[in-house]
Every structure is written in structure tokens, then in C-alpha cells.
Design a protein around this ligand. Structure first.
Ligand code: NAD
Length: 315
């Protein structure tokens, strides 16, 4: 199968592109690393992808460049975009409109004629905060930040394309972590601080909780979606654990590193959910997927990656 992976220089996209190539697919990797929230890390992953057999990297800005070629694939896995709630406020609002909404609108238009299977990345943030039960995919959306609003709009655009005959589906990822995690994300910041001997920077009081999901589990779900005929327009939660308090995750990190759990509190991020919680029944039914990697094991995996980066002098 010829598969386009957008956002292939990204944290999740680089793993997905490698896994699809490893499964024998011909992968066209698409990214514009300069558009990344962390361009240096993106350029490093992009250079790494060029070495992977079966992957052809093509630098393309989805918001500007000609995308006609991308619509000729059998499957398009659309992971490109500007992630992150914090950076989406202020000037970030225009960035998420461009790299999430406009980029997706253009990509879907490029797919309109040949109608490849399309898998679109969305986010748990479209739900807002969870109450006393996990979020199900048919729950009403309550986006509370420009980022979450942009993802809700990406989903709406996808549903419109489905009405026009495109076999597209949406995966809602929940707090992904593991090797290559973006430098702005909590676990990345925690591990780096702990390895430096600094207090860990915690937004707010650290009482919030998350359905954390290891990137290898996310890759398995995404590859399964890329290889399966799913009901067009369906949204599927891809979430790992039941909600784990951020403070408990900090305990696991500092415990694994054998350091004292010293933290300092930073202002809470507006629009950040107090709790995310994934109901994954639909993922189990449609993809035969459930998360397999527990948080303690997964964090050890991420810590080993941070150590390897330091050993290479590439932090
Ligand atoms: N990491 C998570 O926890 C998480 C959770 C929910 C949803 N998501 C979504 O999953 C996707 C991947 O997330 P990630 O953490 O790997 O992010 P990432 O920033 O590491 O990867 C996104 C990639 O998209 C590229 N990109 C941005 N704008 C582009 C454009 N106009 N044209 C081409 N490429 C462009 C960037 O250069 C970057 O390499 C994103 O859509 C994100 O919103 C991620």
C-alpha cells in the first residue's frame, strides 16, 4: 500500500512512518520541519527518517504547497499540525488556524478526487474536562482553547469530506508520551529537570489527571486504522491508562531516577482539562485495540531515551 504520513518529522508521525514502512508499506513522509513547535527536534527526526528503508521524505508545507500528489496515495495518515494548548493562546491562535485548520482543509481537498482512505489525528482536548465517567466518542464536544477549537474544526471538516464520499476517520489521541516526546510536553520537561537536578516544573497544583498513552500503543492503533476499512466519519478514542494524577506520574519518574521529588509550581494553563479519561470500547470493537504499556514501564522507556540523547550530546 502507498501511504502518505503527514507530520512525519513529528513525535508521533516519525514513529508511525517507521512502523508503516516496517510493515512493508511504501511511505511518503511529508512535513515542513520549520513549522514545528520545536524545529530542531523535528529536523533531527526528519534526517533520521531519510535513512529508513521504504520511506521517501518530501518537504511540503500543507498550508501553502501543491498537494495534488498526496491525494494519489492509497491511504493518508494526517498527523501534521501545531499541537499544544499553552502555545495556542495569543499569537498561537493564527498558527493553529493555519497549520491545523487550513492545512487539513487543503489536504482533504487534495484527496477529494481519488478518495484514498484518510486517518486524521484529533485530540482528547475536544471534550474539555471529564467528569465521573470516561469520555465516549458521542459525548458533546467542549473545546476550551484555540488548539482544542482548531481540532474540533478539523473534525468538522473531516465529516464534511465524508459526506462528499471520502472514507475518512478521526483518532482522538490522549496525552501521548514515550521516546521522542516533544520538548514542550510535561514528561519531557519533568525528566530533563530531574536529570539536571532541578525542581520539576508543574503547571498548577499537579492534581490534574490524564489518560496517558504510550506512543507504541498509539502507533499500533494508527497503523491498524490505516490498514482497516472503518465506518466513514467515525471518531475513535485512543487512550491508555485510567486517569493517573500528574503527581503520581512525577513519583514514578523520580522513583525510577532515584532522585527526590522536588517540584515548583507554574501558572496553570488556561483551557487545560482537569481530567482526561478515555472510554476505549470503540477502539476495541473496531480496531481490536487496547493499550498494552503501563505507565511505569512506559516512563522507564522514555527515561532511557532521554539518557541516550544526553549520551549523544543531542539534548
Ligand atoms: N502528542 C500528543 O499527546 C497528542 C495528543 C492529541 C493529539 N495529538 C495530535 O497528533 C498529531 C501529532 O502530534 P505530535 O505530538 O507528534 O506533534 P509534533 O509537533 O511533534 O508533530 C507535528 C508535525 O507537523 C508538522 N507540521 C506542522 N505544520 C505543518 C504544515 N503546515 N505542513 C507540514 N507539516 C506541518 C511539524 O513540523 C511537526 O513535525 C498532531 O496533530 C497533534 O495535534 C497529539
Amino acid at each position: 500500500m502507498r501511504v502518505v504520513v503527514t507530520g512525519a518529522a513529528g513525535f508521533i508521525g516519525s514513529h508511525v512512518a517507521e512502523a508503516l514502512a516496517g510493515a512493508g508499506h511504501e511511505v511518503l513522509a511529508v512535513d515542513a520541519p520549520a513549522r514545528s513547535l520545536a524545529p530542531e527536534a523535528a529536523r533531527r527526526r526528519w534526517a533520521g527518517l531519510a535513512e529508513v528503508p521504504g520511506v521517501t521524505p518530501i518537504e511540503t508545507d500543507l498550508a501553502e504547497d501543491d498537494l495534488a500528489k498526496l491525494g494519489e496515495a492509497d491511504t493518508v495518515v494526517h498527523l501534521a499540525g501545531r499541537p499544544g494548548i499553552r502555545s495556542s493562546w495569543g499569537a498561537g491562535r493564527a498558527v493553529v488556524r493555519r497549520d491545523n485548520v487550513l492545512a487539513t482543509r487543503r489536504l482533504l481537498a487534495a484527496c477529494a478526487e481519488r478518495r484514498p482512505r484518510v486517518v486524521v489525528a484529533s485530540s482528547s482536548s475536544v471534550y474539555g474536562s471529564a467528569g465521573h465517567r470516561p469520555h465516549r466518542e458521542d459525548d458533546p464536544l467542549a473545546p476550551a482553547s484555540p488548539y482544542a477549537e482548531s481540532k474540533a474544526e478539523v473534525e468538522r471538516l473531516t465529516r464534511c469530506a465524508v459526506r462528499d464520499g471520502l472514507p475518512a476517520v478521526v483518532l482522538r489521541y490522549f496525552s501521548v508520551y514515550g521516546p521522542r516526546q516533544r520538548p514542550d510536553m510535561a514528561f519531557h520537561r519533568f525528566v530533563e529537570a530531574a536529570l539536571d537536578g532541578r525542581p520539576l516544573p508543574v503547571f498548577g497544583d499537579g492534581r490534574g489527571s490524564r489518560s496517558f498513552t504510550h506512543v507504541r500503543d498509539v502507533v499500533r492503533a494508527t497503523v491498524a486504522a490505516a490498514e482497516t476499512d472503518l465506518p466513514p466519519g467515525v471518531a475513535i478514542n485512543i487512550g491508555g491508562t485510567d486517569p493517573v494524577p500528574v503527581r503520581a506520574a512525577i513519583g514514578l519518574i523520580t522513583g525510577a531516577l532515584g532522585v527526590e521529588a522536588r517540584t515548583h509550581s507554574e501558572d496553570p494553563v488556561a483551557g487545560d482539562a482537569e481530567r482526561t479519561w478515555a472510554d476505549t470500547g470503540r477502539a476495541a470493537r473496531l480496531l481490536g485495540w487496547r493499550a498494552e504499556i503501563g505507565l511505569a514501564d512506559g516512563l522507564r522507556d522514555q527515561i532511557a531515551w532521554h539518557r541516550s540523547l544526553r549520551a549523544e550530546g543531542a539534548r
